[in-house]
Design a protein around this ligand. Sequence first.
Ligand SMILES: NC(=O)C1=CN([C@@H]2O[C@H](COP(=O)(O)OP(=O)(O)OC[C@H]3O[C@@H](n4cnc5c(N)ncnc54)[C@H](O)[C@@H]3O)[C@@H](O)[C@H]2O)C=CC1
Ligand SMILES: O=C(O)[C@@H]1CCC=N1
Length: 273
Amino acid sequence: MDFKKSNQIAILGSGNIGLSLAKGLAQSGLYPASSITLTRRNIEALDEYKFQGFQVSADNVSASAQADIIVLAVLPQQLNQVLDQIAGQIDVSKHLIISVISGVSCEDIRNRLKKDVQVVRVMPNTAIAIKQSMTCISVGNASQENIELVKNIFNTVGICVVINEELMTSATALCACGVAFFLRSIRAASQGGVEVGFHAGEALKMAAQTAKGAADLLLQLASHPEHEIDKVTSPKGCTIAGLNEMEHNGFSSAMIKGIKLSAQKAGELYDKD
Ligand SMILES: NC(=O)C1=CN([C@@H]2O[C@H](COP(=O)(O)OP(=O)(O)OC[C@H]3O[C@@H](n4cnc5c(N)ncnc54)[C@H](O)[C@@H]3O)[C@@H](O)[C@H]2O)C=CC1
Ligand SMILES: O=C(O)[C@@H]1CCC=N1
């Protein structure tokens, strides 16, 4: 399929996720660094990216005016100031807004910018920097052409699914915060590995590769976790002993409760006024 040619991207707010997205896009070859403008209030912090060929600026207004796609990537509490800055530059016939901001609806953004500007809400995670993001998209009022454009972008830097906007705070918890949750699990496993005899560095590498293999069993075989767990747990064996000890200490329950609290909090991050 041919996608609309959208040449210039401005990422307003180049912090953790904005820069991860920039790296992934440049790596993918879909958007060269020279077609991406990164904004931040203190642009000295972007020197390394300037050196790599990205355009850097402290001026959200001119960056937006020059862009076809404007990515909003500031914190929820920083958003209203940025929207008020750029509102006058928005050309509804040209601009597509992609917001990665948690807890802010497409309608919130349209109400503050221009009612008929096209806004898509996207929830990537930091693995986008290595083209491994699980990205959830809700399409807002975008045209079919722009929906395909956005899906193509996020499929190039990982895997994307389109979901209803009401589920975006849940997607934030499961997929964006989820990176931290799985990393903490791997870190905990490596700490266990040190207790049973490995040096910290090798324990971390062994835990990470084991986690990657476990995830790939599910993804590549379209298998269910309990089916794969049953293959590991030999009768009267050491796996079931360890697994049950973890469950007695609330392993699954802790993960479920954490995801529920994160989803609730994601819905409370933005103050419209
Ligand atoms: N960090 C993550 O894994 C993810 C974050 N998000 C969302 O992305 C947004 C950004 O999160 P992070 O990257 O973690 O935060 P961050 O604090 O690392 O990045 C925000 C950046 O915006 C810059 N900024 C603030 N005001 C600005 C302004 N007026 N003009 C230009 N730049 C400005 C800050 O200097 C900072 O570099 C949040 O809304 C968050 O909910 C979404 C998905 C994943
Ligand atoms: O912690 C946060 O609020 C952001 C949203 C998802 C990941 N980081």
